[in-house]
Design a protein around this ligand. Sequence first.
Ligand code: NAP
Length: 269
Amino acid sequence: MKLGLFGFPVGHSRSPRLFARLSRELGRPIAYAAVAAEPGTLAQVVEGARAAGWRGANVTVPLKLEALGLAGRLTSAARAVGAVNVLRFDRVVVGHNTDGEGLRDALARARVSARGRAALVFGAGGAARAAGWALAKDGARTVRFASRTLSRARKTARELAALFPRTRFSAGAPARADVWVQATPLGMKGFADETPAPPSLPGPEAAVDLVYGRLTAFQRDAAARGARVSDGAPMLAFQALRAWEFWDAPLGAHKRAALAETLIEEIRR
Ligand code: NAP
């Protein structure tokens, strides 16, 4: 199957390695190419890929909104998250988002249950919205977004509230919660490695950092406050597997979980 990734830049992406490993594990040929597409050129790049017989593609920064506008059809997850990270080339281009599903899978793997609990999400961008979606799907009682830009956090809270009436969404300063999700780039290469959690905030039971492949200040600090901590590698693995399933066919929970372990190992290598 011909697949790939559109982003700008794409040199740092782990996706080609992940899909090469998946191809070996599944015994299925996957040709996966990373294509650097400058903002504003995605439609053209997609046309080229379709003409070359691609089945679909992952979409990464900064093209997730452009992909949302370009898709002829959107899945409910893509509409809810307001961003597209996977395209499938059917008769029309179908836009989907697997970040939320990937996080739900990762939370289940870490035995973190949000049901009836209070959650705090740091950030208000695409990954934070996907986290809000995942936490609400898992039955969180409250989800609060804490971001530098309050208006962005408010908009995210308001839009998700319209979709999940049983979860109370809010935006503002970080407040006590049972589960933290770190969805800012803090701790990523090229960004400051500091926690967005104020020192006075009591630690949660569980803290998930969406940054992967490194032990960040957020992870160290949450652990010091008594939390069970995980990084973003499981979510990255699961969102890739969910993308594969969107292009091919459902794997089933058992096979998905087993494949996720090999991909997590690949990410951490
Ligand atoms: P994004 O749309 O650019 O949003 C980033 C958010 O972080 C915004 O709310 C932004 O706030 C905030 N932020 C940026 N720099 C900050 C700083 N120095 N201090 C405090 N807040 C800051 O990015 P995204 O797509 O949501 O991605 C966020 C992170 O999640 C990235 O590290 C990405 O790699 C990771 N991620 C991981 C996975 C995975 O599978 N593990 C999947 C998706 C994303 P302002 O509005 O104030 O700038």
